[in-house]
Design a binder for this molecule. Structure first.
Ligand code: AMP
Length: 314
């Protein structure tokens, strides 16, 4: 996957209008466009299933009138109440997080008479980074720098709105053929009300949880969650580079006890010799076991690994 090469091809600039074009502008401001009508179930035609998640199914759908294609995430009423509450919360978080090119877009949500909760999402045609890894194999460093930069920008947007994702991992990062990477699946995310509010620890996928999530007291009880998203990013990059989950041997079946032991008491997995110093340092900054020593998203955005010009490498 040459993310950088594709992005370069797509970096087109729109031409500025010629002065003669400006004379053709209407003398009065054009009337404001009416806000788009809310999408309902009857507007959508189901094409096929894209995947299954926690208590729900995601379908590729097409709008009958506009032909726009979306991903529709449906949580069935038969799912347990907490899963349905999670779906409502996810829609609310997505509304709050709107407007960032690195967070999956939400075009609305609705609840059907039967109790199903449905969220209309921007369709990402290449699926998740996990499926890209399975299809194309491990990523090279330039692609990883591109992924890191995009996810950091998404996290920066979320954290500035006091939203903690709490489940950053390859299967929750979507990608499209414009090589845009977007954070998705906000089913266990949390909106912080107070700055130092404690975060419930046992949500998200255990394998990608940071050490302090298993033992919040280890940080003097001031665990606030933002640093957990950085840990998830570091582990994600390592997995995309190695081709397997770093805390387990390739092919090893995960079990809860050995994972917790490895994450809390084991050595942080190291990179092979061939990795550059910049990549090594970036991953180390993300995977500091003590959350207070871990770099913040704002600091990581200044790290040389993501600041390098992706084209020239300078
Ligand atoms: P989730 O319930 O969010 O974990 O999604 C389940 C699966 O559906 C994911 O692993 C993806 O394969 C697929 N999926 C979810 N959201 C989208 C989307 N916006 N565009 C394309 N595929 C998606």
């Amino acid at each position: 996957m040459a993310l950088v090469r594709h992005r370069r091809q797509l970096n087109l600039r729109l031409p500025l209008p010629e002065p003669s074009d400006l004379l053709l502008l209407p003398p009065f401001p054009a009337p404001a466009a009416a806000p788009p009508a809310a999408i309902s179930a009857s507007d959508l035609e189901t094409l096929h299933v894209l995947g299954h998640g926690n208590g729900g199914t995601v379908y590729k759908v097409r709008h009958r009138r506009t032909s726009a294609v979306y991903a529709l995430k449906v949580v069935r009423s038969g799912s347990d109440a907490s899963t349905r509450r999670g779906a409502r919360r996810e829609a609310e978080v997505l509304r709050r997080a709107a407007g960032c090119p690195h967070v999956v877009g939400c075009h609305g949500s609705f609840e059907e008479a039967c109790g199903d909760v449905a969220i209309v999402l921007e369709y990402m045609d290449l699926g998740t980074l996990e499926s890209v890894l399975r299809s194309y194999g491990p990523f090279g460093e330039p692609d990883l720098a591109d992924v890191a930069r995009q996810v950091l920008n998404g996290l920066d947007h979320l954290h500035s709105r006091k939203i903690i994702h709490r489940d950053i991992k390859p299967s929750n990062l979507l990608v499209n053929s414009k090589m845009e990477v977007k954070i998705a699946d906000f089913g266990v995310s949390k909106i912080m009300c107070r700055t130092l509010e404690a975060c419930d620890s046992y949500v998200g996928t255990c394998a990608y949880m940071s050490p302090e999530r298993f033992d919040p007291d280890s940080n003097g009880g001031s665990y606030n969650g933002y640093a957990g998203d950085v840990w998830g990013l570091g582990l994600t990059l390592l997995e995309l580079y190695l081709g397997y989950f770093p805390f387990l041997d390739p092919g090893q079946r995960p079990d809860w006890a050995s994972l917790v032991c490895a994450i809390c008491f084991g050595e942080v997995p190291s990179l092979p010799e061939r990795a550059s110093g910049e990549f090594r340092s970036f991953v180390e900054c993300c995977l500091q076991k003590e959350s207070g020593k871990r770099w913040t998203v704002a600091q990581l955005l200044t790290h040389p690994f993501v600041c390098k010009d992706p084209i020239s490498g300078a």
